[in-house]
Design a protein around this ligand. Structure first.
Ligand SMILES: [Zn+2]
Length: 111
């Protein structure tokens, strides 16, 4: 099977994909690209991980929400989705720490 990400490598079955949810590590089966190393988690395994994570209360439904950034005069604005706002009991006056993780991720921590 060809890798849908880089279109060069082939996908190999692996059983050592590490997935981190809120600091809990899960080892999952799936496939990994021989070229770009992109990992694809087996759908069944992924569902199982979510079930386990939910059981332990570490799965946030809002883990992956897609939001568009917007521009304001003072910079780029990311709106916090209402459900996260409620979940975290945000008042909108909190100070946050923003850290860059790799090239495509940022983490926002409420102080
Ligand atoms: Zn690839």
């Amino acid at each position: 099977m060809k890798c849908p990400i880089c279109n060069q490598g082939t996908l190999h079955n692996v059983d050592d994909i590490l997935s981190d949810i809120e600091g809990y590590m899960f080892v999952l089966r799936g496939t990994r690209c021989s070229s770009c190393q992109e990992e694809f988690i087996n759908e069944k395994e992924g569902q199982q991980m979510i079930t386990i994570a939910k059981k332990h209360g570490i799965w946030q439904q809002s883990l992956k929400l897609h939001r568009k950034l917007s521009k304001s005069a003072r910079g780029t604005v990311l709106r916090i989705p209402t459900d996260i706002e409620k979940d975290l009991d945000l008042k909108g006056t909190e100070t946050v720490t923003i850290s860059k993780i790799g090239n495509k991720k940022i983490m926002v921590e409420i102080e």
